[in-house]
Design a protein around this ligand. Sequence first.
Ligand code: DC
Length: 219
Amino acid sequence: MIITIDGPAAAGKGTLAATLAEKYRLAYFDTGMVYRAVGLEMVLQELDVHDQDSAARIASEMTFVKMMELSRHPDFRTDIGGQAASIVSAHPAVRSALLKMQQDFSHNPTFADGTPANGAVYDGRDTGTVVCPDADIKFFITAGPEVRAKRRYDEFVQKGVAADFEKVLADMIARDKRDSERATAPLKPADDAVILDTSALTADQVAEQTVAYIEAHRH
Ligand code: DC
C-alpha cells in the first residue's frame, strides 16, 4: 500500500505519516529531506541557492546516504534549511534530478534496517500529484498559517531553540507563497486526494479520521 500526505509546512504531515507507518508497517519517506539536503549542501558550500545550474549539479550528485548524513547537521531542520530547501525546490532541474530517487523508494520499500515493509507512506508537497500519482490513498493535510506557526514555534521552544513567533509566522507565510506559486509541481491537492483541515483537530483526531478512511478504501 502506498499512501501520500501532502500539505504546507507544519500542517501535521510528519506526525500523521509516523502514525500510519507504524500502524500499517509502512516505510516512511519524508521527501522534504531531499530538498533540505540540497539546500543545506549549497549553503555549506557557499553556493547561491538561486542559481539553478549549481543547484541542479548538487541535486544530481545527491544520494540517500549523503542526505542522511546532512540530516544530522544542526541547521537541517531550522529555518535556514527550510528556506534554502524551498528556494532550490522551485528549480525544475532540481525537481527532475531528485524525482527518480523518490519514486524508486516505492518500488521496494524497506525500513532503515533493510527489512521489507508492507508499502510506503510519503510526505511532501507533490507526492500525490507527481512522485506517486498512482498511490492507493492520498491525503492533503492543511491548517491556517497562525496555527501552523504556533506549532512550529512550540517545537522550537520544546527543543530549547530561541524563536520569535512573529518571525516564525512571517517565514511560514513566505514559504507557503513560494511553494504554492512556483511553476513546477506547486503545492496543491491531487484531484483524488482527501483534504483535511487540522486547525481544530488534535493529532489523535487526525489519525482516527484518516485510519477510518483507509479502512473504508484500501483494496
Ligand atoms: O516538508 P519540509 O518543510 O521539510 O520541506 C522543505 C521544503 O522542500 C518545502 O518548503 C518545499 C520543498 N518540498 C517540495 O518542494 N516538494 C516536496 N515533495 C517536499 C518538500
